[in-house]
Design a protein around this ligand. Structure first.
Ligand code: IMP
Ligand code: MG
Length: 181
């Protein structure tokens, strides 16, 4: 696609910058109250969640550490879960922390399921999942976030960290992507 046409694919704004800010503020307060005085490590799986992580951690008024992972999942035929290959890992010994996985979107749920299972094997004090977006209609594995900021229908969305062909991550809102011209 020509670079000049990139923005023509933004169909409509689904969730505005203000709506996102407001929800993050509320969730930040809730989590600060819940984890006050506890060792807390926020973990995001790159790249999609980097914008949400950046705003969410700044909505907390308690101390926390931040970590990122890169994961690739491989799935064979009909199996609902695959093997996850970690290409970048958390440095911390997570057995000393309460973990919050900060996700961009839960779609089929398969990647996140593998990441949760892997982290649980390392015996963290607790594990919670917070996702900005949830597409429950697409789930192929039984998995629910502890907190979903927004539930969306089965649409392909872009912006606020989410990409299509690596573009649109820098949009400050969530938009529906237009598949057609
Ligand atoms: P899963 O199907 O739940 O394993 O989703 C894995 C990843 O697919 C997410 O973390 C996103 O990076 C990506 N993804 C799923 N749905 C969308 C979407 O609507 N827009 C952009 N990326 C998506
Ligand atoms: Mg993700």
């Amino acid at each position: 696609m020509d670079i000049a046409d990139i923005n023509k694919k933004i169909k409509r704004v689904l969730i505005s910058e203000d709506e996102i800010k407001q929800k993050i503020k509320e969730t930040g307060k809730q989590i600060s109250d819940e984890y006050r005085g506890k060792p807390l490590l926020l973990i995001s799986v790159l790249k999609g969640a980097f914008v949400f992580m950046s705003d969410f951690c700044r909505a907390l008024d308690i101390p926390c550490e931040i970590a990122f992972m890169c994961a690739q999942s491989y799935y064979g035929g009909t199996s609902s879960s695959g093997t996850v290959k970690i290409t970048m890992d958390v440095e911390q010994d997570i057995s000393k922390y309460n973990i919050i996985i900060v996700e961009d979107i839960i779609d089929t749920g398969r990647t996140l399921n593998d990441v949760i299972n892997l982290l649980k094997k390392r015996n963290p004090l607790s594990v919670k999942v917070i996702t900005l977006l949830d597409k429950p209609s697409r789930r192929s594995i039984e998995l629910q976030a502890d907190i979903s900021l927004f539930t969306i229908p089965d649409l392909f969305v872009i912006g606020y960290g989410l990409d299509c062909g690596e573009y649109y991550r820098n949009l400050p809102y969530i938009a529906e992507y237009s598949e057609c011209d």
